[in-house]
Design a protein around this ligand. Structure first.
Ligand code: NAD
Length: 261
């Protein structure tokens, strides 16, 4: 395994579970020093234990923060630079799905909550991390969008609005910051089996959620869910120097789902 992240500092939000945790593990195995942010303190500790087992050399800083709170975001960026002195890679990933509902039944509070975390949280993250990266003259950012950010999925007003917004922010800021040696990209995962997708299937199928899952993936060209570690590999590549010329781009990782109609 090449050590693409030796001496590099990687900051990850939503690091206590799913895609954030898998990506943390991947870059830790490749030499990164990690600043891991999540709302869920206990699960963050579990992620740290997991990393200690699989990448014992990795230095890990844990920060409990709500990404929808601008002050908390400013603070997690400050804590990271106070501790490590720099930020080379930023996986701007924390997000929630929200309730599934027709638009007319989608509550305005739910809409604000989902947009507050998935879109405002990503904006705040970029705003404060870009300041650091611009001074360094280098850095890579990967924002987590979704297939729901590039296609209509249905029953997801808040999620769709927020993830399409993440795509817009990625394209806009990528164009602005390329000249400072910074690349900004988004990933658009399809259904990857994480606690979030389990929750989504439970909304669809209740106790029969596993059956609902089988039916759900039957329409995927590859007839399966993606694995968090597959996303972890993609994120590690996109944050590494190898992907420096990939900028303002949105990369699907969905078994081909978003190209099917
Ligand atoms: P997950 O629920 O397993 O993990 C999300 C993590 O984010 C959790 O640890 C949670 O505590 C944290 N989090 C939630 N709200 C937060 C907040 N306000 N502040 C800080 N942390 C917060 O979900 P996941 O599947 O790993 O999802 C990660 C990202 O990937 C999300 O943005 C999600 O929308 C996106 N995504 C996931 C899939 C998928 O199929 N799993 C598909 C497309 C996009």
């Amino acid at each position: 395994m090449s050590n693409r992240f030796d001496d590099k500092v990687v900051l990850i939000t939503g690091a206590a579970s799913g895609l954030g945790q898998a990506s943390a593990l991947q870059v830790a195995k490749e030499g990164a020093k990690l600043s891991l942010v999540d709302l869920n303190n206990e699960a963050l500790e579990e992620t740290k234990d997991l990393i200690a087992k699989e990448a014992p050399e990795a230095e890990v800083l844990l920060i409990t923060a709500d990404v929808s709170d601008e002050k908390a975001v400013k603070n997690y960026v400050q804590q990271t630079t106070d501790h490590f002195g720099r930020i080379d890679g930023f996986f701007n990933n924390a997000g929630i799905e929200g309730k599934q509902n027709l638009t007319e039944d989608y509550s305005s509070d739910e809409f604000s909550k989902v947009v507050g975390i998935n879109l405002n949280g990503v904006f705040y993250g970029m705003k404060y991390v870009l300041e650091v990266m611009k001074k360094q003259g280098s850095g890579a950012i990967v924002n987590t969008a979704s297939v729901g950010g590039i296609r209509g999925v249905g029953n997801q007003s808040g999620y769709a609005a927020s993830k399409h917004g993440v795509v817009g922010l990625t394209r806009n800021s990528g164009i602005e910051y390329g000249q400072y040696g910074i690349s900004i990209k988004a990933i658009a995962p399809g259904a990857i089996m994480t606690p979030m997708v389990e929750g989504s299937l439970k909304q669809m199928g209740g106790d029969n959620w596993e059956e609902a899952g089988k039916e759900f993936v039957s329409t995927n060209p590859m007839k399966r869910f993606g694995k968090p570690e597959e996303v972890g590999s993609l994120v590690a590549f996109l944050l590494s120097d190898e992907a420096d010329f990939i900028n303002a781009a949105v990369i699907p990782i969905d078994g081909g789902q978003s190209y099917k109609y």
